[in-house]
Design a protein around this ligand. Sequence first.
Ligand SMILES: [Zn+2]
Length: 258
Amino acid sequence: MIHNRSLLTKEWYKVPFSADCPGCGAQTRSAAIVVGPSSLVGDPGSASKTDVLARPRKTLDAFAFVEALGGQTEHVERSIVNRFHSTFAFLDSQLTSICEHCAENLPPAAIRSAVMNGFIRLGQKRLLVNERLLFFASHVMLTEFRGDSSLEESEMWDPDYALLLVCDTESTTGETGTIELWHSIARDDYAIVVKGHNGREMLRDGFNSDLKEVVTTVSDLGLVLTQLHLAQASSPYCALARDLFLEALEQAGYRQAS
Ligand SMILES: [Zn+2]
């Protein structure tokens, strides 16, 4: 079990299950959250918006059931609770699965095995989808799955990714770093790699089907872009990526400082 860490992820699954509600005694359907191997865990309490360039995190490298999730959670409210409000709620500042009948908390001990078994069973049938919305929580408790899981590997590092752009970036606290923009034609995927000022890798993020999603991720991380450089000055492919990226930034409301 992983106790009291921060969690930054864009790989998570809503896993449906049935269980007996300890509150009203009826059988209820609800859902819980399982996060994937590319999720990043770090020191508790660190805020994604202020330190993504400053403090390194470790990849989880396993699937894990979210036992408890709290602290700084504004992303979670937007990505989970507001979308699935009959399934999840914040009770006592903790994300919890709730009973469809009485809306009471379904405690982790009462649902853990149903969720983990359901995840493996539905995953084998490819009935689970990565929700792909970035969220950050400052305090989580996770139970990792043992052994290999049957879900498709989430590793994005593939020889067919090409580096297109390198952007200088700055966080709201003035930390500087770079964001690399990679693209795979074969996978139709954009990936970003965020590095600190010393070149240390802080975050890798794939699963972006277009540049709009890349812009959303960058803005959710609280990063401002200060300069764009082509990875290869003479490449028309890189120049096209720059134009498309600038267009996506402009559509999202970003303005170039003159
Ligand atoms: Zn109930």
